[in-house]
Design a protein around this ligand. Sequence first.
Ligand SMILES: [Zn+2]
Length: 204
Amino acid sequence: MSAIEKLTKPAHLIDMEDIIREGHPTLRLTAQEVELPLSDQDIILGEKMLQFLKHSQDPVMAEKMNLRGGVGLAAPQLDVSRRIIAVLVPNPEDQEGNPPPEAYSLQEIMYNPRIISHSVQEAAIEGGEGCLSVDREVPGYVIRHARITVEYFDKEGEKKKLKLKGFNAIVVQHEIDHINGIMFYDRIDPEHPLAVKDGMLIIE
Ligand SMILES: [Zn+2]
């Protein structure tokens, strides 16, 4: 059975065993565009990927399923070399620990996503980045665009355009890198991993 057949079975829940780790050749491939109209298989895979992210952020499910928390997942991380990503960025609780009015600042399954424009300004997350396919800490600033406009097809097959900044822009760039065979640490300056370039935005 191929990876995608297993992943899209009705009863299957994606877990850490489905995620391939650095060193696996699929992570270094340029993934194939998905065909439109979307196949049921591609739609179901996208939904399962988003469901995985929800489980990974839910303390009860994450413990039960032994999941690392994640805000993004790309199909190549499941050994499926297709241009599909899912992103789920929660809004923080308020200072009293109440849930935010909107649970997520970004929740989307993107098919054939493409960055069509970006800021000149660069940005990096203060504490560096992590990845579900990388079981180690890699310190250093991952240098990315501060703002992007991304174009993609949603699960209804509608073409969408989204302007993103801050953490959301970083997450989408990390996932789009996966469909292009790029790992986050490729974007860390090996000589000066913590150098702040002129004008670079540091995101807390
Ligand atoms: Zn990753």
